[in-house]
Design a protein around this ligand. Structure first.
Ligand code: GLA
Length: 677
């Protein structure tokens, strides 16, 4: 089976596409045209990377599959292929949803008597030659998902992730584009791997000009060995073609994600996370004071972070012992939970169940329960080792301790962390990353089955486990440990390339950023945190009366607008000055938009380029005004443009003439509301 086209939707009679796209036979080449099918195979003369690689004890090192079954519907294809010599079967399922999102799944089954050692299975899709560039994302702790765009050249561009979690440097998508593609226009071909373990993306251009994009799990040596009748289920590939630029890609991903049965339906509660407010000092009286202010400004969920459990006075001990520490919580957690819930606020608690400190009762009792190889112990990271959840004893320990805490308390939310990478991660003499990844999905599912209203946040030193695999088991991502709003603008902008805003935790951090040390206006921090699942991560007892009032008006604004922000379409305007971002959310029926103008750096010219909004109804009239949910930005001018208090413009003037931008100090922002009149 050959995919002849992945791109714009075709209409009319296409029965001769296969004939039309058959290539010539070149000099010094195979004697018949070679086009890779969904199984890219050396046995058929294909010289790029193969779809499936592996081997048996003897033989089966090269495959030649034949289609044995084929079924299709207007939105799906099921194809079964067999290689009777290698004794393997591959079943591939393609499903296209109404948003143009293609999900590709594959299952490899060993039909033979001998064991089959699978090296990898990668899903590949064809890329047309118009795709001359690739875009993917790189990062580190506190600076996740920085875009990197480059020209496609002959060879293979590989982005792999070997952290055992998706990772800070994991590319949330691999995107091919044309030279001209920008946010709002141009073609883009995107793939994203639905997996939180090791993974690989590739963009390949081979000797004959064939271009492809692929992705799949990166298996470690011997990680998957199939006995007779056993199957390997490859992580799904979620692919999107857009003719409407990078925002078109996001729009499809967001709609696809929102259409899932498990997508959170409740309005996303305004959250206060205690981490940057108290760190490890769990002083109940102090926490109560913070909760009092939280209640005053309208917070709906309070999360008690790291530090509540046995011996966890700092990050050197305690992981693995998920029992309340009487040293800091002598009466247990019930009094503080009751205090919080009596104010109508939900309570959430932090766990890092996949980890263990060597200084813990768990490790002292079961040093063999960590992922390791032979007699070696992997190097420590933040003083911790990784618990081997593939070990039934370890799995049950975590499940039962977490379950006991949840069963004994009124806890509706857990923040689940994963603060180190997996290295030398062996399970009983075999590579253990895949097993570990499946185990954490299972653990989340079992916790949710036991506690049906439980919501889980996926955190991993900030945003190191944000992917389309874990998304089906959790309700929120912690986007980054960097709460500095200026850094967050870029981190959020690109995380939202795939993940819709309502799943991304975005918090107002302290006045002086704890990561960068920068001092940023509250109005700027508030505008930045608004475009996500908003919250606060700051000791708000420090906030003076004016700041508390600003926080309260911002919270009210968030509550009034979250329905809109969390269901409509994200827009990133291709603003001509790189010193600013212009982004927002716009109703699909074009009746309303809520945008942020974000001055990242000082402009060189006095006046920034006018703001233009490309996608409103050209003939409709709109009221446009600036709004300040948490106070005005810092200006550098003696008089603001008059329109800020309100001006009426046609959709075509919004698109082609625009509005002048007030001169802002760097790291400042304000909102623009556009409403059809
Ligand atoms: C990680 C998380 C933080 C916080 C700390 C606690 O770094 O990303 O938000 O929970 O762990 O130790």
């Amino acid at each position: 089976m050959i995919i002849r086209h992945w791109g714009a939707r075709l209409s009319g009679d296409n029965s001769q596409v296969a004939l039309a796209t058959r290539t010539s036979v070149p000099n010094s080449g195979f004697d018949a045209p070679i086009t890779p099918g969904i199984m890219r195979e050396s046995a058929r003369g294909f010289l790029g990377q193969q779809s499936l690689t592996g081997h048996g004890k003897v033989g089966a090192w090269s495959t030649k599959f034949e289609v044995t079954q084929f079924q299709s519907s207007p939105s799906s294809i099921d194809v079964t292929l067999q290689d009777n010599f290698a004794c393997l079967e591959v079943r591939v399922h393609f499903e296209m949803d109404t948003y143009g999102v293609l999900t590709e799944r594959a299952t490899v089954t060993n039909l033979g008597e001998a064991q089959y050692y699978l090296t990898d299975y990668i899903h590949w899709l064809p890329l047309p030659q118009e795709a001359t560039q690739t875009l993917d994302f790189a990062g580190r702790w506190s600076n996740e998902r920085n875009p990197q765009r480059r020209n496609i050249a002959a060879g293979t561009w590989i982005r792999d992730s070997r952290e055992g979690r998706s990772g800070h440097n994991f590319s949330i998508a691999q995107i091919a584009l044309t030279q001209e593609t920008n946010f709002r226009a141009g073609q883009a071909w995107a793939i994203s791997i639905a997996w939180s373990g090791n993974s690989q993306y590739a963009v390949e251009r081979i000797w004959d000009g064939t271009q492809s994009i692929g992705g799949g799990e990166l298996l470690l040596p011997g990680e998957v060995v199939l006995s007779k009748g056993e199957s390997y289920e490859a992580p799904a590939l979620i692919a999107v073609y857009s003719g409407d630029g990078l925002d078109g890609v996001s729009s499809s991903y967001h709609s696809h994600i929102r259409s899932r049965q498990s997508h959170p339906k409740r309005p996303r509660p305004l959250t206060l996370n205690m981490w940057e407010a108290v760190y490890f000092s769990h002083d109940e009286a102090n926490i109560r004071k913070i909760v009092d202010v939280a209640a005053e400004i309208g917070v709906e969920r309070v999360v008690l972070d790291d530090g509540w459990f046995h011996s966890r006075r700092d990050d050197r001990a305690g992981l693995g012992d998920w029992v309340i520490d009487p040293q800091v919580w002598p009466q247990g957690l019930s009094p503080i939970i009751d205090y919080i819930t009596a104010k109508g606020i939900e309570f959430g608690l932090w766990f890092e169940g996949e980890m263990v400190n060597v200084d813990s009762d768990l490790y002292r009792a079961h040093p063999e329960w960590i992922l390791h190889e032979g007699q070696r112990t992997p190097p420590e990271w933040r003083n911790q080792q990784v618990l081997d959840l593939g070990h039934p004893g370890a799995f049950d320990h975590v499940l039962s301790q977490v379950d006991a805490i949840l069963s004994g308390h009124n806890i509706s939310y857990i923040k689940w962390d994963h603060n180190r990478t997996l290295v030398d991660a062996g399970h009983l003499g075999q590579a253990g990353v895949r097993r570990q990844t499946q185990a954490i999905y299972k653990l989340f599912d079992q916790l949710k089955a036991r506690h049906p209203n439980l919501e889980i946040e996926s955190c991993a030193s900030g945003g190191a486990r944000v992917d389309l695999g874990v998304i089906d088991h959790v309700d929120r991502f912690w986007t980054s440990d960097n709460n500095d709003a200026l850094a967050r603008q870029t981190i959020q902008r690109w995380t939202m390339q795939v993940i819709p805003p309502e799943l991304l935790g975005t918090h107002i951090g302290p006045t002086h950023g704890h990561q960068t040390g920068r001092t940023l206006e509250l109005s700027f921090r508030a505008v930045t945190a608004l475009f996500g699942h908003a919250g606060i991560e700051w000791d708000i007892t420090e906030a003076d009366a004016k700041a508390r009032k600003a926080l309260a008006t911002w919270v009210t604004f968030y509550k009034a607008n979250r329905g809109f922000l969390h269901s409509e379409q994200m827009v990133r305007v291709d603003y001509p000055n790189s010193s600013a971002y212009l982004h927002g959310v716009q109703a699909a029926d074009r009746s309303r938009g809520l945008f942020a103008y974000v001055q990242l750096e000082p402009t060189i010219a006095v006046h920034p380029a006018p703001m233009k909004f490309p996608d409103f109804d050209p003939t409709a009239s709109y009221l446009v005004k600036a709004i300040y949910p948490a106070g005005r930005p810092r200006y550098m001018l003696s008089q603001t443009p008059e329109w800020l208090t309100g001006v009426t413009l046609s959709g075509s003037a919004l698109a082609h003439v625009g509005l002048s931008v007030p001169i802002l100090a760097p790291a400042n922002a304000f909102l623009i509301e556009i409403t059809r009149v």
